[in-house]
Ligand binder design. Structure first.
Ligand SMILES: CCC/C=C/C=C/C(=O)SCCNC(=O)CCNC(=O)[C@H](O)C(C)(C)COP(=O)(O)OP(=O)(O)OC[C@H]1O[C@@H](n2cnc3c(N)ncnc32)[C@H](O)[C@@H]1OP(=O)(O)O
Length: 301
């Protein structure tokens, strides 16, 4: 069974897969994108029968999807979740064999060069979440394995259910995690020792520990409760000025990767133009009049 899957993966050329992924603009085979409100985009990993394993289509569709979201001036916040029994089983071990294990090339140097390009391309699948200026809330239920941890560490707010577990699984399949976990997880979890332990042993971390170490900010009894809270939180973010929320995301990420002095300098340059927005006056007026920001109309961004 496995070998026939792997054989068919080898026959599947990237060009063919790309055509399939892009066949209908805005609709994806591995993702289900919906609009619970005008300002909230909900992206679901949507291969529930395969536990949302990340197949070839997924790796390119995420980039296409988040680039579209970044350009969509109606969207102010994104919620990411998984359809079906779990959040994700990580990389699709059946579909990815040809790309990851057999880079094309006439000699070793060219193989290696192409491998580098492939890995960089896969890294972009999650970096695109971080580059998207809209805040991203991720809601995890059940398992979040391998590539799933890479994905969630690129998101801005992480929620999970009581039955959630997280596993930096890559060492178990013979590789060092290469699409974001080793770079971002140490910046999410305070304890370097815990990050090292998780990444080197691939042990499962359950919801309570994920909360206590700071990987997630809230834990919910079940998926329904989590999704309701995720949407409510998204609604709160969406009711704020997009100049304020998107500027906050961009500057938080910049500051994470720079010194305090550099972050302050970047912030000053950012706000020397962004403070010219009419949103400051509108928001301040609502505060003075004790009105909810939900009653204020902010222009699209
Ligand atoms: C350059 C690229 C860099 C990226 C690197 C990323 C690395 C990683 O992600 S490492 C992690 C790889 N993932 C795994 O090792 C997880 C394997 N899956 C499981 O352990 C279990 O499926 C899981 C505990 C997640 C869920 O168990 P459950 O009992 O609920 O489901 P199953 O009966 O096992 O599976 C249902 C069907 O889904 C298929 N499937 C599950 N995981 C994968 C996967 N990772 N890849 C491909 N397919 C997967 C499974 O074969 C079943 O399919 P079928 O037999 O057709 O019903």
């Amino acid at each position: 069974m496995l070998s026939s899957f792997v054989r068919s993966a080898f026959r599947n050329t990237p060009a063919v897969c790309q055509l399939r992924a892009m066949s209908t603009s805005g609709s994806f085979s591995s993702l289900l994108v919906s609009r619970p409100t005008e300002a909230i985009t909900h992206v679901q990993l949507n291969r529930p029968e395969k536990r949302n394993a990340m197949n070839r289509a997924f790796w390119s569709e995420m980039v296409e999807c988040f680039n579209q979201i970044a350009e969509d001036s109606d969207c102010r916040v994104v919620v990411v979740s998984g359809a079906g029994k779990i959040f994700t089983a990580g990389i699709d071990l059946m579909d990815m064999a040809s790309d990851v294990m057999q880079p094309a090339g006439d000699d070793m140097a060219r193989n290696a060069w192409n491998m580098r390009k492939i890995i960089s391309k896969y890294q972009e699948t999650f970096s695109v979440i971080e580059k998207c200026p809209k805040p991203v809330v991720v809601a995890v239920h059940g398992a979040c394995v391998g590539g799933g941890v890479d994905l969630i560490t690129a998101c801005d707010i992480r929620l999970c259910t009581q039955d959630a577990w997280f596993q930096v699984k890559e060492v178990d399949i013979g590789l060092a995690a290469d699409v974001g976990t080793l770079q971002r997880l140490p910046k999410v979890i305070g304890s370097r020792s815990l990050v090292n332990e998780l990444a080197l042993t691939a042990r499962k971390m359950y919801a309570d520990e994920a909360k206590s170490c700071g990987l997630v900010s809230r834990v919910f009894a079940d998926k329904d409760a989590m999704m309701a809270a995720a949407m409510e939180m998204a609604g709160e973010i969406a009711s704020r000025s997009p100049v304020a929320t998107q500027g906050t995301k961009v500057n938080l990420i910049y500051s994470r990767d720079h010194s305090v002095a550099e972050g302050l300098d970047y912030m000053a340059s950012w706000n020397m133009s962004m403070l010219l927005t009419q949103d400051v006056m509108k928001s301040a007026q609502a505060a003075m009049e004790k009105k909810s920001l939900k009653t204020v109309v902010f222009s699209k961004l």
